[in-house]
Design a protein around this ligand. Sequence first.
Ligand code: GNR
Ligand code: NI
Length: 167
Amino acid sequence: MALLPILRFPDVRLKKVAAPIAKIDESLRQLVSDMAETMYEAPGIGLAATQVDVHKQLVIIDISEDKSDLRVFINPRLERCDGFQEGEEGCLSVPGIYEKVERAEQVTVHYLDLEGKEQSLVAEGLLAVCLQHELDHLNGKVFVDHLSQLKQTRIKNRLAKQARVTA
Ligand code: GNR
Ligand code: NI
């Protein structure tokens, strides 16, 4: 088990596009376990491999109250989006910043589970938001990219100031 360092916006490595996973092996299972430990410790409800500087199509999510429902998505693809919802989002790579983002209300994703089996999931509400947020990470996007240029600049300034205070 290991805690992994999380990349912070505006680190350019957060812009990398993740590659599909070809083989589900012990090193991938170890990565999932380390990412879960990192997400729970943060604490967060989701984590994309991109955020720990691994540019593979892997996402974990647990929106339960008691860390009891870890979901693993390998090579996830968004197959369908319906409706709209708007909620406050945060990101472990953009600490302390919360902004409203518009997302689809319901999504269908296809992915592989840890056994390599094809799965599909229809999600709505917070799980749908989280999936869209994590799939964005795999495509090199953070939630801040959905905001106006003015807000993005303010967020960069706020984070830089924060970093100076904690340094
Ligand atoms: O912990 C997280 N909370 C959250 C809240 C609203 C919308 C999305 C998220 S995901 C975030 C963890 C994270 O940064 N995942 O990439
Ligand atoms: Ni995030």
